[in-house]
Design a binder for this molecule. Structure first.
Ligand SMILES: [Mg+2]
Length: 281
């Protein structure tokens, strides 16, 4: 059984800043500070961490447990209106090709599709609502589970195992996100990592985090399916690593695509052998 975990913001959808606006409003209601999120790096972190940091930016001190729960409530209350505002302003998008991808995965009996997100569970489904994607996700790991993205992912996998009554090996879990933090969390948990470059991530940081697969979006599903081991690699590469040669930056970073150092070393040793044979040694 394979498990595929999707991040939400920048991976499934772009909510046009609805989350940041809702958090700003919540912090403003409690501290009077109007734009607390301006100084907080929200992308790729968990809501729990973001709420604490935004409160700190607004109040100049750490929130108490009670303040944090009030802030959370205010955020969740405000979020639907902000998501709706994004939809109305035509700033709410699904990431290209994602619905076909997710629907196709859901239709398979050998794949479980879940969420692996820093969003609170309530916030996650409020953000997904207008996209119609929520119905594909029966389980997930959420920002309310832990501060740490890798723990969030592990929790999602535990829920997948419980739901399917299957044993899930680390090597069968594939994490798809849009920031280096998604990649780092996946690696920390021992899972595979793939990244969409069209999300909110910083490209240089994504490159440094070295995901197994990079693609602009999901408009071409072939590299994704090859990476997941659900389609055959035309080059006959059997591993789960496949780099989609999509942008100059990928070429510059990897030099060649679909291969890693092991393949190259193997190729060189084969070449040497062939040379020796040809020379009659
Ligand atoms: Mg994201």
């Amino acid at each position: 059984m394979k498990v595929v975990l999707f991040d939400i913001d920048g991976t499934l959808i772009k909510a046009g800043g609805a989350g940041a606006r809702a958090l700003n409003r919540a912090v403003e209601a409690m501290t009077g500070h109007k734009d607390a999120c301006a100084s907080v790096q929200l992308q790729g972190a968990t809501d729990k961490a973001n709420f604490e940091n935004a409160f700190r930016a607004g109040a100049g001190r750490k929130p108490t447990k009670k303040e944090l729960s009030v802030l959370t409530r205010k955020y969740v209350e405000r979020l639907p209106a902000e998501v709706l505002a994004s939809v109305r302003a035509k700033k709410y998008f699904k990431v290209k090709g994602v619905e076909k991808f997710v629907a196709g995965l859901c239709a398979r009996k050998d794949v479980l599709v879940g969420l692996g997100t820093g969003n609170l569970k309530d916030g996650a489904f409020i953000k997904l609502e207008p996209s119609g994607l929520a119905r594909y996700f029966a389980f997930g790991g959420y920002g309310c589970d832990s501060h740490h993205r890798s723990v969030v992912l592990r929790k999602a996998v535990r829920r997948a195992a419980k739901l399917s009554k299957a044993v899930i090996r680390e090597g069968d879990v594939f994490v798809i996100g849009d920031t280096h933090r998604d990649v780092e969390a996946a690696k920390e948990a021992g899972y595979h990592s793939g990244v969409v470059l069209d999300g909110f991530g910083d490209k240089a940081a994504i490159m440094r985090s070295s995901p197994e697969l990079l693609a602009k979006d999901f408009s071409d599903l072939k590299p994704w399916l090859i990476w997941l081991g659900l389609a055959r690699d035309p080059r006959g590469v059997r591993r789960g690593t496949y780099i989609c040669p999509d942008s100059p930056i990928e070429h510059a970073h990897y030099g060649r695509t679909g291969m890693d150092l092991r393949d190259i070393e193997l190729g060189i040793s084969k070449l040497r052998e062939a040379k020796k044979k040809a020379a009659g040694k």
